[in-house]
Design a protein around this ligand. Sequence first.
Ligand SMILES: C[S@@+](CC[C@H](N)C(=O)[O-])C[C@H]1O[C@@H](n2cnc3c(N)ncnc32)[C@H](O)[C@@H]1O
Length: 256
Amino acid sequence: MPKDKHHIQSINNEFLRRVEQLQIAPGPSGDDVPEWTTDGIEELPGFFNATADIWDQKFGAEPDDPFYQAVALQIPQTDEPIDILDLGCGTGIQLEFVFTRAPNARVTAIDRAPNMLNQLQSKFADRTEQLKLQQGSLLELTFEHHAYDYAISTLTMHHFLPERKVAIYKKVREALRTTGIYVEGDQAATVEEEKSILYWYDRWIAKLPGGDSAEWNYDITLSPETQSRILREAGFSEVQLTWNCPSKGAVYVAKY
Ligand SMILES: C[S@@+](CC[C@H](N)C(=O)[O-])C[C@H]1O[C@@H](n2cnc3c(N)ncnc32)[C@H](O)[C@@H]1O
């Protein structure tokens, strides 16, 4: 759907209006606090639930989007009913790209925000038999063992601390068949940026209630170096960075 300037402006305003109504924790104190912390931080589950119905209007991707394509490209072009686990599926923007390659894929789509899952369900109303939706946190849920050919995750894992990610990746690896592949697309930071992100996490977010359980909308964006290391630490046999565009993100492919 073509979007005019006026429409984009009104969606941005509506998005901001909803975020302002959420619970906000104040920024850190001290003489050296960076400007980006001054507005405080909004709660994470509320953020996704409150914005789900306008999410695609703000963040929806064009069919030729190179980032989403780079993730989908790892899924074979096939009519077979391959099994895919989608971690933090949101409204299913990444799944739109996946279904163009594997239209008969059977997908277990997981998200903590019920409103995101509702949007995904209406988007793929003609695919209800291919979709199993599961609401809950990736930190707590368990996944069926050796049940999936692919696991994918796009723009979700930056919500978790490195050590929490390792625990999730171990569960993801166990969910894959021994020939299975995990594909992740996410934001990427330089090593210097990562240091600062983790520093402010420790100094600010970790001290808030639920700080270590992804309760606040703080992006723990990692460098490709750290990201590749923790995927290996979780037990994946081969880890490759297949796409890297600093302003858009990075795509990793990890073999069982
Ligand atoms: C930026 S969206 C990305 C959605 C989708 N993968 C895409 O690329 O369009 C991040 C999603 O992660 C979900 N999420 C955040 N924390 C989560 C958690 N602890 N467990 C499960 N899902 C979570 C959010 O609810 C949200 O839908």
